[in-house]
Design a protein around this ligand. Structure first.
Ligand code: SF4
Length: 420
């Protein structure tokens, strides 16, 4: 198959050639090393449905799931970043039916961005614009050479074809990080910032572009003269983009950091054109957010206990409901790379009854009362997703899977709960 869409990161490369050899997948053209490695790991040795480590038939697992959800006092539906928009829509229908909470596993790091964007607005663009128009790119505490290997080779520094209005050598790459990274090594400028010093540095840059340059030696671990140089580059650019990931928002200061980033971008837009794009590892973190917005008016963390959607009630996101044991039953559906999204919080989950519907063997399998394996979107099932810049893409199925899709599992659960 040609033009297969790789479902392994938010880049969703749609120019991969794929074949099947002795029943296993073989990527033949355009795939990056991460895609080669992961297609081998993720789809092997997934066991059948289980109830408390006992292998069962899918019918029995579904019956137990419906039983647990019917008995639940406070149900939570969680995950969804690693699956299609169709599944996310079904999850919201189920959440409303059960009068529970529904949240995406990427809300922990995207939540602060959503809150700040709701107040300050959001300046964004497509990767095509970055490729064809962008002359300045900043990576803020992210390492796309490892996490999104083809982002740079396809959109930022392609050897062929070049951007329509700008050549690769005219693009300046700047990396801010607290550790030395592969992206830092290929950047024109690498600046090492102190841990949790993002706010100070972003705020200094905002002042500097407005001509307020302080006479101190360093800001957040970065020499002041380097920051002054960067601020001149920012003002002098024609089209700039800042990429960031969970390292910027997944801390106590997350909301403050993202506010400082948005304010810097707003003020830069008085001089030039600037925007930001979150880099997510999960297949459909962006599409999932769009489905929440279109169905409920909120980007994630929705509660239906009063019969209508409420956003982020009592300041609790899905992960708080799990780690504080507030929800007694959780249905976790294709949460993507949950160990990366939740970090140490994964070990603090207190909810006792967990039903896991997933295409990969994550650490959640050991915590689950019921585990239902499903087909991986883009391999055994198909559906719509969105690239990290919000461009809609349709995932084509490759071959037939013996597993049903998570969308089908959700439809069966909804049907049984409604006694249809
Ligand atoms: S960059 Fe991401 S989407 Fe593209 S081939 Fe590599 S893993 Fe797949």
């Amino acid at each position: 198959m040609t033009d297969w869409v790789c479902p392994l990161c938010g880049c969703l490369c749609d120019d991969i050639k794929i074949t099947s050899e002795k029943g296993s997948i073989k990527l033949t053209q355009n795939a990056c090393p991460k895609a080669f490695k992961k297609t081998k790991i993720d789809y092997l040795n997934i066991p059948g449905p289980k109830i408390l480590n006992r292998e069962v038939k899918i019918e029995e697992a579904l019956e137990k799931t419906v039983f647990l959800l019917e008995k639940a006092r406070y149900p939570l539906i969680y995950g969804l970043s690693g699956t299609t928009c169709e599944t996310a829509r079904n999850a919201l229908e189920l959440g409303e039916l059960l009068r529970g909470s529904v949240d995406s596993s990427s809300s922990l790091w995207l939540g602060p961005e959503n809150m700040a964007a709701a107040i300050w607005g959001e300046q964004t663009c497509s990767l095509g614009e970055v490729k064809n128009l962008g002359d300045l790119v900043i990576f803020w505490r992210c390492n796309p050479v490892v996490s999104h290997p083809r982002l740079i080779s396809r959109f930022l520094r392609p050897s062929f074809p070049r951007g329509k209005f700008i050549t690769q050598i005219q693009k300046t790459l700047i990396t801010f990080d607290s550790i030395s990274t592969s992206t830092g090594k290929i950047s024109n400028i690498f600046l090492k910032i102190g841990l949790n010093k993002d706010f100070e540095v972003l705020d200094y840059l905002r002042g500097a572009i407005n001509g307020k340059r302080a006479s101190i030696g360093e800001v957040g671990g970065v020499p002041r003269n380097e920051l002054d140089k960067v601020s001149s580059l920012l003002i002098g650019s024609r089209f700039g983009t800042i990429f960031f990931d969970r390292a910027l928002t997944n801390s106590k200061e997350g909301e403050k950091n993202i506010e400082a980033l948005i304010t810097l971008i707003r003020e830069l837009n008085l001089f030039t054109k600037f925007q930001f794009l979150p880099l997510g590892n999960d297949l459909n973190f962006r599409g999932c957010e769009e489905v929440f917005l279109s169905q409920t008016g909120y980007p994630n963390s929705v509660n239906f206990s009063r019969g209508f959607p409420r956003y982020y009630p009592e300041g609790k996101r899905g992960i708080d409901l799990l780690t504080e044991g507030i929800c007694d039953t959780a249905l976790i559906i294709s949460p993507g790379e949950i160990e990366k999204n939740l970090g140490p919080r994964l070990k603090k989950i207190k909810t006792k009854k967990i039903i896991l519907v997933d295409w990969r063997l994550s650490p959640l399998v050991d915590l689950a009362t019921v585990f239902i394996p499903v087909a991986r979107p883009g391999i055994g099932s198909e559906g719509s997703v969105q690239r990290m810049d919000g461009v809609p893409v349709f995932l084509k199925k490759f071959g037939n899977s013996s597993r049903p899709s998570d969308e089908k599992i959700l439809r069966l659960i909804i049907k049984r709960l409604k006694n249809d």
